[in-house]
Write a protein that binds this ligand. Structure first.
Ligand SMILES: [Zn+2]
Ligand SMILES: [Zn+2]
Length: 107
């Protein structure tokens, strides 16, 4: 799939049996419906989101989901911002956003 943010072809990385789409350019991470729960259980979000040196990509356009719909920007608990697709319930995190979620912190 293409990155919802910068339209670069995403790479699939496997984390504890959970396959996650991640963008090699901007570091964004796309989670299909249900994958959010999987990575919470396995506490691998910090691994998913560990690289700080990705290219900054302006978020001035709506992210486009893998299903083609525009994603909604949502602010959740702990002021974490992410993009959510009403159509397929996919979730997209820009680099650095995922680790801000309390439940994902290792400590
Ligand atoms: Zn990207
Ligand atoms: Zn979608």
């Amino acid at each position: 799939m293409l990155c919802p943010r910068c339209r670069t072809e995403m790479e699939i990385s496997n984390h504890g049996g959970v396959e996650i789409d991640r963008c090699p350019r901007c570091g964004g991470v796309f989670l299909d419906k249900g994958e959010m729960e999987s990575i919470t259980e396995r506490a691998v979000a910090s691994v998913v989101d560990m690289h700080p040196s990705f290219e900054q990509v302006a978020a001035d356009q709506p992210a486009i989901c893998r299903c083609g719909e525009e994603m909604m920007e949502i602010t959740g608990a702990d002021e974490v911002r992410f993009d959510w697709c009403m159509s397929c319930e996919g979730t997209f995190f820009d680099a650095g956003e995922l680790r801000q979620i309390d439940a994902f912190r290792a400590d």
